[in-house]
Design a protein around this ligand. Sequence first.
Ligand code: ZN
Length: 138
Amino acid sequence: MKSYHKELWFEVPTRRAFINITPQVEQCLAESGIKEGLLLCNAMHITASVFINDDESGLHHDYEVWLEKLAPHEPVSQYRHNTYEDNADAHMKRQVMGREVVVAVTGGKLHFGTWERIFYGEFDGRRKKRVLVKIIGE
Ligand code: ZN
């Protein structure tokens, strides 16, 4: 069995953003040379997510509005976590949007449904953060 891993770095200039990282993940798969197996992709930070959905700007706006209703950033004083930080909402947004995705690798490609793409969800940006890609198979 072959094994491959790589850490991808992101530095989002805003507090929140959604980034399509499918091209970087596909590049990892190509580098791995693995044709049949499983690919894990996870955020390595507790205020960021990796998830799969549609690459559609209206949907990303809807996520932003929905997440802000669920866990508003302001007022920061409403959260007990915010004693020396202001990112309690980011922890909660990450919890809802998830930590990782697992994708089947078939014939050297990500075995997606038609509209599936992999996204990095940032909820407390303006600093460098990592995403792990781990691939196992043959
Ligand atoms: Zn925190």
